[in-house]
Design a protein around this ligand. Structure first.
Ligand code: PMV
Length: 307
């Protein structure tokens, strides 16, 4: 019981962000190129050290509403562990914060997994996701649960709030370029703004959410039937509705246009929007060309990944 570590990947939302908060479906996939590793060891007192990609080291105390301490407390309660040594948790992440790649959910998931492993216990993915969701509430306010689900299950998922989780069979693989605007944007804020807009113009926003839900259903069929060429136009349509929700940004639009000009079949923002990352559907041989176009258009980082 001296030293244990566990990891969690990042994720992208392929279709349906924001509308998913209002009960419509969404599709997300894990991204193994970025992730979080958490190490747990015994210590004289409880401490959590978190280190992100910019090498900033933060030492967290045990304040009641600090997200990482909360995750530890919730996990120990779920595992029914009351007698224990002091714990030192070291969190190392390569997932950019506030960038739509699931950083908060991945940190929480890796902490839950690492503590369960440290105490020799096993939790299934649904149990891991449920504990991590409590932390997401601090990051997001009213999370749909899609981030914690896709990260805990490590499979592409079709997600609808309150419904049993459905993992997706990807009939034919497809490739994505993921471009980072380098502009951090808090999901909590974009989710709150969409909620205000929905409260103000409920009929309009319900129509938008329904239209996005329809795109998600079509995307699901395309993914399950291996009709990947259908996904590009569906991404473009989804992006038009995200613009209508006012969650895009000039930098996101610049990267989306650059990817499309370089030959991507479709592109959209992913996650909360207003900054963070975008995704573009590409043919595998287009990877370098689209990467170059995105970097020239100001992307801070580009990941090419296969779903
Ligand atoms: O910004 P991210 O990667 O955490 O994604 C948020 C997705 C939303 O649909 C905007 C919010 C949610 O809880 O589903």
């Amino acid at each position: 019981m001296s030293f244990t570590s566990a990891s969690a990947w990042g994720k992208v939302i392929l279709f349906g962000e924001h509308a998913v908060v209002y009960g419509r479906p969404a599709i997300a996939a894990p991204v193994s190129h970025v992730g979080v590793t958490v190490t747990v060891e015994a210590a004289s007192q409880d401490v959590i050290i978190a280190q992100d990609i910019h090498q900033v080291i933060l030492v967290w105390g045990a304040s009641p509403d600090e997200p990482l301490s909360l995750t530890v407390r919730n996990t120990l309660a779920a595992l029914d562990i009351s007698t224990r040594p002091g714990l030192r948790l070291t969190v190392c992440s390569t997932i950019p914060i506030a960038a739509g790649l699931g950083s908060g959910a991945a940190v929480a998931t890796a902490i839950v997994r690492a503590l369960a492993a440290y105490f020799g216990r096993s939790l299934n993915p649904a149990e891991v996701a449920a504990i991590a969701l409590e932390t997401e509430k601090l990051f997001h306010g009213t999370p749909s649960g899609i981030d914690t689900t896709v990260i805990a299950f490590e499979r592409p998922v079709y997600f609808r709030r309150g419904r049993p989780i459905e993992t997706l069979q990807v009939r034919a693989p497809f490739w994505l370029a993921i471009g980072d605007t380098g502009q951090p944007a808090l999901t909590k804020e974009s989710v709150a703004d969409v909620r205000r807009a929905w409260q103000h113009e409920a009929a309009k926003f319900d129509r938008i959410f329904d239209a996005v839900g329809e795109i998600v259903e079509q995307a699901r069929c395309a993914i399950e039937n291996g009709e990947t060429t259908r996904l590009g136009p569906l991404m473009d349509q989804n992006q038009r509705w995200l613009r209508e929700m006012d969650v895009s940004s000039p930098k996101l639009e610049r990267l989306i246009a650059a990817a499309r000009s370089a030959g991507a079949a479709g592109a959209k923002l992913c996650g909360g929007g207003r900054g963070g990352n975008m995704i573009a559907l590409i043919a595998p041989e287009q990877g370098e060309q689209v990467r170059h176009a995105l970097l020239s258009a100001g992307a801070r980082n580009v990941i090419i990944t296969r779903v």
